[in-house]
Design a protein around this ligand. Structure first.
Ligand code: NAI
Length: 306
C-alpha cells in the first residue's frame, strides 16, 4: 500500500534548496498541493531572494504537480500568517506542515555573541512555533493535521561549536512532546525528523563520497512517512542515506536515597546505579517522573504526611 497525499495541502518551509526542496518535490509527486516557502538567504541567514522557492515551484509544475511559492521569513509571524491564508485561499485548507527552514551560526560558546545565539533560536525554534501556531487551530477545527519539526543530532547528542543550534533543535523535541499530547484528540500528529544529509549546511564536513551517499533526497521518504495518514505521533525519526533510526528520551528507575543530611554524598557515590539503564522506561508524559519518585518514596517509607 503506497502513501497517497492526493487532496492534501502541505507547507514546507525552507524548501528552496537542500532537504526542504526534496521534501517538497516528493510530497508533490505523491499528490500533495505544496506551498514552497523559502526566504532565500545564505546558510547564516543573510540576504533574501524569492528565486529559490519560485524555482522549486517551477520544477513541481513541470512534473505535473501543484505548487505555489512563498518567500516569508519564518521569523515573521505576520508574514507566516499570510502564507497560511495564501494556502487556504488557494486550496481551502492546510493538512501538512513540514518545519524545515534553518540557519547556522557556529562558534564555540566562549566566542559566540548573544545575537548569534538569538538568531538561531529565532529561526529554528520560533520559526517552527510561528508556522505551527498559524496552522494549529485550523488543524484542530478540521480534525486533521500532520506536523514535522526538524531536529538534529546536534541537539539530541551535542556538537562542538553548536550550542545555539543544539539548544534550538532540542527545544523542538520538547515542543513535539507537548503538541503531540495536545493535538492527539483532534487527529493532529506531531513528529520530529533528525536528518543527515550532504547539503550546503554541511559544506566541508563530509567527504564527497559521504555527501553523495547521504543525499538530501534519501531523507525525504522519512518525511513522507511522518506526514502520511497513518503517521505515528511523537516519533523522533533519524534518517540519512536510506537508513532510519529512532531516538528516545528515556528515564532510568534510579535509586531511592532519602532526604537526610548525607543525601548529596550518597548521590555522588551512586552515579552508576542512578544511571543504570536496565530498568529504563520511556515516559509518556512529564508527570511520570513525579509518580515514580512518589512511588519510590512510598515503598521506602519516605512519604511526608506533615
Ligand atoms: P539548507 O541551508 O540547504 O536549507 C535551509 C533552508 O532554509 C534554505 O533554503 C534557507 O534559505 C531556508 N531558510 C533559512 N532561514 C529561513 C527563514 N527565516 N525563513 C524561511 N526560510 C529560511 O540546509 P539543509 O541541510 O537542507 O537544512 C534543512 C533543515 O535540516 C534545517 O532545519 C537544518 O537545521 C536541518 N538539519 C540538517 C542536517 C544536515 O545534515 N543537512 C542535519 C540536521 C538537521
Amino acid at each position: 500500500m503506497s502513501i497517497d497525499l492526493t487532496g492534501r495541502v502541505a507547507i514546507v518551509t525552507g524548501a528552496g534548496g537542500g532537504l526542504g526542496r526534496e521534501h517538497a518535490l516528493l510530497l508533490a509527486r505523491r499528490g500533495a498541493k505544496v506551498v514552497v516557502n523559502d526566504l532565500g538567504g545564505s546558510v547564516a541567514g543573510v540576504g533574501a531572494s524569492a528565486g529559490a522557492a519560485a524555482a522549486v515551484v517551477e520544477e513541481i509544475r513541470a512534473a505535473g504537480g501543484q505548487a505555489i511559492a512563498n518567500a516569508a521569513s519564518v521569523t515573521d509571524f505576520a508574514a507566516v500568517t499570510d502564507m497560511v491564508e495564501q494556502a487556504r485561499s488557494m486550496w481551502g485548507k492546510v493538512d501538512i506542515l513540514v518545519n524545515n527552514a534553518g540557519v547556522l551560526r557556529d562558534k564555540t560558546f566562549a566566542k559566540m555573541s548573544l545575537e548569534d545565539f538569538r538568531t538561531v533560536i529565532e529561526v529554528h525554534l520560533m520559526g517552527s512555533v510561528h508556522c505551527t501556531k498559524a496552522v494549529w487551530n485550523y488543524m484542530r477545527d478540521q480534525s486533521y493535521g500532520r506536523i514535522v519539526l526538524t531536529t538534529s543530532s546536534s541537539g539530541l547528542y551535542g556538537n562542538f561549536g553548536q550550542s545555539n543550534y543544539g539548544a534550538a533543535k532540542l527545544a523542538l523535541v520538547g515542543l513535539m512532546q507537548t503538541l503531540g499530547l495536545e493535538g492527539a484528540k483532534n487527529n493532529i500528529r506531531v513528529n520530529c525528523l533528525a536528518p543527515s544529509a550532504g547539503t550546503r549546511m554541511l559544506d566541508g564536513l563530509m567527504t564527497d563520497e559521504m555527501a553523495k551517499t547521504l543525499s538530501p533526497g534519501s531523507v525525504s521518504p522519512g518525511v513522507l512517512a511522518l506526514v502520511a495518514e497513518d503517521a505515528p505521533n511523537r516519533f523522533i525519526l533519524c534518517a540519512g542515506g536510506g537508513s532510519y533510526e529512532r531516538a528516545y528520551i528515556t528515564m532510568t528507575r534510579g535509586i531511592y536515597v532519602g532526604v537526610d543530611d548525607q543525601a548529596a554524598d550518597t548521590v555522588a557515590q551512586n552515579w552508576e546505579a542512578i544511571g543504570d539503564r536496565v530498568t529504563e522506561t520511556i515516559p509518556e508524559g512529564g508527570m511520570q517522573q513525579s509518580r515514580l519518585e512518589f512511588e519510590k518514596a512510598r515503598l521506602a517509607g519516605g512519604v511526608n504526611q506533615a
